[in-house]
Every structure is written in structure tokens, then in C-alpha cells.
Design a protein around this ligand. Structure first.
Ligand code: ZN
Length: 174
């Protein structure tokens, strides 16, 4: 998918991610890269290594809890992520790529209008498989976190059913 390429090209410009790859290995950099589109709307990720791996890279069951812990330690040491106060989740450090992610904006009227416009343009049908079965999602083709200028651009949205939406995010599905 072309979408994946956008993710990696943008992040490769971040010198901290390059350091992460050099000092902690490619897996650490890969994990970080995929944590961005897989974070929750409030930009948090599970603190439990096994849960995190399942959410972010479900295809990498060859990696152990220790591999994930080592990658997370590297991200924290390089100032890419921080633990949240209660210690159960991680979030992206201030000044990193997710700085502009704004939960309030995502729930605001502009977002709701954008979502409604995307669904209407697609006749309330999944653009990938044609299903009209709810719930339907207005999916950002270029990720919300990395393309602030395209957040409310209708041409950057596509209507997807639950299954196709999961597949687009790499959450498994089909
Ligand atoms: Zn579908």
C-alpha cells in the first residue's frame, strides 16, 4: 500500500529515529514507526509489551517481550516516547512527530463535518468492498498525525467498513 511509504519517508527524516535504528536495531525503529498510526486517538499506546506488539505489529510474533522492552527503552532514552503518569501506557514525547495530534480537534465540529462529507461522497458504502453495513469509518488516507494540513480535506478521506478499516491499519482482519 502506498500509504505505508508515506509513513516511512517522513519518519526517516527524524534523526532520533535513525539513532534508534543504529543503537537499538531495525526492529526498534520499525516498532516506533508503526506506533504512530496505531496509537489511540489520545496518542497513547499500551505499556504492556505483549499487548503493544499485538496492537502495532501483529505479524511479528517472532519478537519476544524482551525485544519489545529493549526497543521501548531505546525510544525512551532517545526522548521519543514517555510513560504516562500511571505507568500503564506510553505516549509520544513533546517535540516528536505527534506533537500536533490534538484530541479535541478530532472530536470537534470540523472533524464531524469532514466525516459526514466523506461518507456522503462515497454513498455510505465501503470504498474497498462495497459493503454498506455499519459501522462505517471515514479513514484518513494520509495519517492524521503526520499530515495536519490534510485532516479535514475530503479528498484525503475514504469510507471503509469495519473489516476493511482494520485491514487498512494492519490490525489483522483479512
Ligand atoms: Zn469493506
Amino acid at each position: 500500500m502506498a500509504r505505508r511509504r508515506y509513513v516511512s519517508t517522513t519518519i526517516s527524516q527524524d534523526t532520533r529515529v535513525n539513532k534508534l535504528a543504529m543503537q537499538y536495531g531495525d526492529f526498534a525503529a520499525l516498532l516506533y514507526t508503526w506506533m504512530i498510526p496505531h496509537a489511540a486517538d489520545d496518542a497513547t499506546l499500551p505499556g504492556d509489551p505483549e499487548e503493544l506488539l499485538y496492537q502495532v505489529l501483529p505479524g511479528r510474533r517472532d519478537k519476544t517481550e524482551d525485544d519489545v522492552r529493549s526497543a521501548l527503552d531505546g525510544m525512551a532514552a532517545l526522548g521519543l516516547i514517555v510513560g504516562t503518569d500511571d505507568g500503564t501506557t506510553y505516549t509520544f514525547a513533546p517535540g516528536t512527530i505527534l506533537e500536533n495530534t490534538n484530541q479535541a480537534e478530532r472530536r470537534g465540529p470540523e472533524y464531524r463535518q469532514w466525516r459526514a462529507a466523506v461518507l456522503e461522497r462515497d454513498n455510505h458504502q465501503c470504498d474497498a468492498c462495497g459493503s454498506a453495513e455499519p459501522p462505517l469509518f471515514a479513514h484518513h488516507i494520509k495519517p492524521w498525525a503526520m499530515y495536519p494540513d490534510l485532516r479535514f480535506d475530503v479528498s484525503n478521506g475514504v469510507t471503509l467498513c469495519k473489516e476493511c478499516h482494520s485491514a487498512a491499519h494492519g490490525w489483522g482482519g483479512r
